[in-house]
Design a protein around this ligand. Structure first.
Ligand SMILES: Cc1ncc(COP(=O)(O)O)c(C=O)c1O
Length: 503
């Protein structure tokens, strides 16, 4: 047998170049017990005390189990959540970054990647309107940094907000102000988790009312701020969301920026999901006003198919990163070494930092701006096709909400057709209808997983379980959409007949 590394690398490359695409191959589903039994045929899943070194043949057999039983997120019928369809160029870029195994903290250890990060962050900064100097393409101080995921970047952004509010916070600790953060009721839970971690407190995150699609209602934000002030609290920051997780709603950033300007609040934009709309000349208007924000988080591992994770935290004032995060470790950030002013490590909380930029740089060089725009436009076209299919289904499917790349809908049993499912009036459904519709998506999904034909998400909207398809994989076709809707229909019929009372 060849070396273990070669065997594994060969399988990984074969997977990337020719990922599973047969209709029943989205997942080879197995229960936790069954999975453990599968691994018992090779090296076992667990490590007992005194775990032995296993023979390479057995480890390779286990790697085959890993591949066979993993969810094939590159499959065009995996529409389950806010990532899908990794760009193969990004996958191999990630491998190369791992092989070169360095940390992005210093120019000394990562000269190429320091410049690469600057080049990419500067381009992202120009796209979102933070920078406008076309001659400064690789600045020593780029407008942000790469972070390990959107939630972590949100945490960092809120710490920046707190630092601007109280510049001596790092040294002296938080003053006693009851700080308040505002996010739409459809915003991501990174806001509450960050507030918990920062000691701001979950109770001091105000969930501002959003409209039926999920966009924050600006007048409700103004009311919420006035209420906080009246209660003696101190408004700190507003999180505008550009592309909510479930419905892909976009807050009106100009309206939020006007309010933030008036009250001198930090405006953070959560563009983790929808930030990539900026790549498309047809859709970038959705983020109008982002250039007025103070910070902006952009997950390239969502819509752009970078491998997880690839997150940029962009900031309007890059000088603040150092003021807020510097630890000045003299064994690492020696000011008298070569090109110390390029070191990025003291501009963030982390010490070692993965080289997440390489895969994005490679992919962007390969696809160009036009290719990146095409990925967004294709995703929206697939969502539009889904909406059109639902509209033409004569009541078999009911559109519930969603915009841009996200379609939230229900499959409706024949005896309930036609039905209107509007998030604002869904609570008025009679209890039997509600129960029937609510219990269908989990049954349909379980059957889908068992047969491996697709993966589509579901979640409660106004208390009613509804399906969600969201698009970003560039290999999804209208045939895939049609086939998935057909499967949902088949499984819905089967679930209904299984629950029909027998005489
Ligand atoms: C809108 C939004 N914000 C933030 C996040 C958190 O990003 P991450 O999963 O990288 O922590 C997500 C993840 O799904 C998201 O959809």
């Amino acid at each position: 047998m060849r070396r273990l590394e070669e065997e594994v690398a060969e399988r990984a490359l074969a997977y990337v170049l020719d990922p599973p695409s047969d209709p029943n191959d989205v997942i080879n589903y197995a229960s936790p017990d069954a999975l453990l039994r599968v691994f018992e045929t090779s090296v076992g899943m667990a490590f007992a005390d005194d775990a032995p070194a296993e023979p390479s043949e057995q480890i390779v057999a286990a790697v085959d189990h890993v591949i066979h039983h993993s969810v094939h997120t590159s499959h065009p019928r995996f529409l389950n959540q806010n990532f899908a369809g990794p760009d193969p160029v990004s996958v191999v870029g990630d491998w190369l970054g791992a092989a070169l195994n360095t940390t992005g903290a210093t120019f000394e250890a990562a000269p190429v990647f320091t410049l690469m990060e600057s080049a990419v962050l500067s381009k992202l900064g120009r796209i979102c309107g933070y920078l406008d100097d076309p001659d400064d393409l690789v600045p020593p101080l780029p407008p942000g940094l790469f972070c390990p995921g959107g939630s972590t970047a949100t945490l960092f952004a809120l710490q920046l907000a707190r630092h601007r509010h109280q510049p001596d916070i790092a040294q002296r600790g938080a003053a006693g102000d009851q700080l308040v953060i505002y996010v739409s009721s459809a915003g991501h839970y990174a806001a509450t988790k960050s507030a918990a971690l920062l000691g701001i407190g979950i109770d001091n995150v105000v969930k501002v009312a959003s409209d039926s699609v999920g966009a924050m209602i600006p007048s409700a934000l103004e009311t919420a701020i006035a209420e906080s002030v009246a209660a003696g609290a101190v408004p700190l920051a507003v999180i505008g969301t550009s592309g909510t997780t479930v419905t892909s709603a976009f807050d009106d950033l100009n309206a939020l920026a006007d309010i933030c300007d008036e009250h001198e609040l930090w405006l953070h934009v959560d563009g983790c999901y929808g930030g990539s709309a900026l790549f498309s000349p047809s859709h970038r208007y959705l983020l109008d006003g982002v250039e007025r924000s103070d910070s902006f988080v952009w997950n390239l591992h969502k819509m752009m198919g970078m491998t997880q994770q690839c997150t940029a935290l962009l900031v309007r004032d890059p000088q603040q990163l150092d003021r807020c995060f510097a630890g000045k470790a003299d064994y690492l950030f020696q000011p008298d070494k070569l090109y110390a002013d390029y070191d990025s490590g003291d501009r963030t909380f982390q010490c070692a930092r993965r080289i997440d930029v390489l895969k994005l740089w490679l992919s962007w060089k390969h696809h160009g701006d036009v290719g990146f725009a095409a990925r967004i436009d294709h995703a929206v076209a697939m969502a539009d096709h889904t909406r059109a299919r639902i509209a033409a289904s004569e009541g078999e499917f009911a559109h519930v909400t969603g915009t841009f790349t996200n379609v939230v809908f229900a499959w409706v049993p024949p005896e309930l057709r036609p039905i209107t499912l509007d998030p604002e009036s869904m609570s008025e459904l009679d209890p039997t209808t509600h129960q029937t519709l609510h219990t269908l998506p989990p049954k349909v999904k379980a059957q889908m997983q068992a047969e491996g034909t697709a993966m589509v998400g579901f979640q409660p909207i106004a208390g009613l379980n509804t399906f969600r398809m969201l698009f970003m994989n560039s290999t999804v076709s209208t045939d895939d959409v049609d086939a998935i809707l057909d499967r949902i229909s088949d499984y819905g019929v089967a679930a209904m007949s299984a629950t029909e009372p027998t005489n």
